[in-house]
Structures are given as C-alpha cells and as structure tokens.
Design a protein around this ligand. Sequence first.
Ligand code: FA5
Length: 334
Amino acid sequence: MTLEELSQKAHALWRSWEEVSANLASPEDLESVRIKFLGRRGMLTQLFSALKELPASDRAEAGKILNVLKERIESALAEKRALIAAQARLAKLARERYDFSLPGKWRPLGKLHPLTQVRLEIEEIFLRLGFDVASGPEIETEYYNFEALNIGADHPARDEWDSFYLGEGTLLRTHTSPVQIRVMRTRRPPVRIICPGRCFRRDNPDATHSPVFHQVELLWVERGLTFAHLKWVIGEFVRAFFGPGYEMRFSADFFPFTEPSAQVHIRKKGTEKWLEIMGAGMVHPRVLEEVGYDPEEVTGFAFGLGIERMAMLRYGIEDIRIFWQNDVRFLQQF
Ligand code: FA5
C-alpha cells in the first residue's frame, strides 16, 4: 500500500463515519458504531495495521493522518454521546412534568379525643392560677377512697353496688378525692393542686352516666382560706372555660368530707336552665386532722367536677355514651 492509497482510505473512512453518525439516536447505536470504527477489529484499527505495509519513510506521515482521524472520530463520538444524553434527560423531564393544579394526597391527621382536649384546657386554666397537677392510683384502698374522707362504713356509697371491689379492702376509685389525702399526707400547707383522672362506679349506663368517667379534683389548703376564696376560684374557672356569658349559682349539698358543701350550677345568661357542674366545699376538719394538719391553723376547700359533663356542655352533646364509641365521624368534629 502507498501513502496515497492509505490517505484515500482514510478519507473514505471519514465519509462513511459522517454518513453513519448522522443517524445515531441511542447509546446502543453509539456503542456499535464505536466498535465498528475504533474496536479491536474496527475499520480504523485495520488501517493502523496496514501502516507496516508502507515504505518506512512514509509511515510517520501516514501515522499522523490516522491519528488525526482517530481523534476526530473520538471527539465526534463524545459530542454525540453528550447530545444523546441531553436529549434523553429532556424527554424524561417532559414525561415527568408535574401538574401543580392537581389535588394533593390527603392523609388523615389524628386528633386528641375531645375529653383529652377538655382535660388539657382545664389543666391549663388552673396551672395559670398557680395549681400543680397531681395524680393518684386508679386502684385504691377503702381507707383512701372512703375512710380518710370521713365516709363511714354505713355510708350508702360504701355499698357493693356503687363500687367495683377488687378484693379485700381494694376497689377501683369512685372519685378523685382520695388524691387529696395522698397529697396532703406528703406535703405541708400551703397545698394547691388539681388532679384529673379516671373514676369507676357501678352506675347503669344512660345518657348522663357511664361506669367509667373522668373527674378533676381541686384542693387548696392554706392559712385563712374561706368560702369566698372558693367562690372566686370557681368563678375564674367558669369565666375562663365557658366565657363571660355565663352565671353561676351555689346551693347547699352534702359530702362527708366537706363542710359546708355546695353544688355549683351554671347557666347561660338569658336562658332558663341551670346545669350542675361540680360538687364543692370547705375541707372537713376531720379530714385535715386525719392527714396531720391542724384545722385551727389552716383551712381548705375542694371541688370535683366531671370532665364528660364539661365536654357535653361545651359541645352541646346530649349522650355521654358517644365519647366511648370511638366513632370516627363523631371524633373528627373536634
Ligand atoms: C364526688 O365525686 C365528690 N368527690 C366531688 C367533691 C370533691 C365534692 C371535692 C366536694 C369536694 P359526685 O358524686 O357528685 O361528687 O361526682 C362529681 C361529678 O362527677 C358529677 O357532678 C358528675 O359530673 C361526675 N359523675 C359522677 N358519676 C358519674 C357517672 N357515672 N358518669 C359520668 N359522670 C359522673
């Protein structure tokens, strides 16, 4: 082969590259063309092998021609590769274009149970007034649930039908008042606590009674407290929880652990119906003595309100049983 012939073959090869490369569309096309021209048995490789057939004086010149050709094909291949990749990226973006006007995916959010919401709200009101939140066990002894609260053995609340007895001397607490005793036995006055918690009674379920329900107990013991302070605290609470449009009324009641005792009713101003919201009173001197306080030195007051009752008044709910049915259609509304 002469230098002239090799040079012609090199030109022919470039033309055939130009022809083929115009129609490259995919990475696979590119690869097969690369093999065809530059592979181990490729057309250009064969031309390089033909160099040895040339006279020695022409080989350097021929080698230069072939190297230039190789570089051009390689850089053209690289350009094509970049172009094809860019086109593929554009096509992918076009396929995946987001439609921001479509509605999003809806995920239902969990919520706190309305009774929990009301409890937290009540806690917050009393925390602001300077009360601590205390707690006590749901399984109580007769001593804390009754005796220490001046509820004698012959009191009707001690009868089996009213309480869930668990065994000799233990029962599910029927109210949160035993926490008063537990707190006073471990602290010296002044004591200022509330205690929200579950209570249990053998009441037949109806629109206003559930065998499991919640109360919030309040207790304030300090030197010089009077019934006027009790009224003030309850008034503050009613204003904070229900708003300014309510009025309250106290009427005489009886609890063995308070003296005097009262029932508190509220009503929306301008309406007829009074609703009972809590039992309350001045802590009975015998209860103070029982925990080692001196009734001549300190006085106290307490109340117990039903959380379900608060929630029913707040939301206009007629039947207490609905709180326990776990009906999502009901729960979603809060
Ligand atoms: C008591 O339980 C007293 N410990 C309250 C108390 C505390 C008085 C401190 C004085 C000083 P009573 O049995 O009235 O009182 O219950 C208080 C509230 O608990 C009631 O007003 C009512 O809202 C709620 N309650 C009682 N039984 C049930 C029940 N079965 N289902 C739902 N709520 C109830």
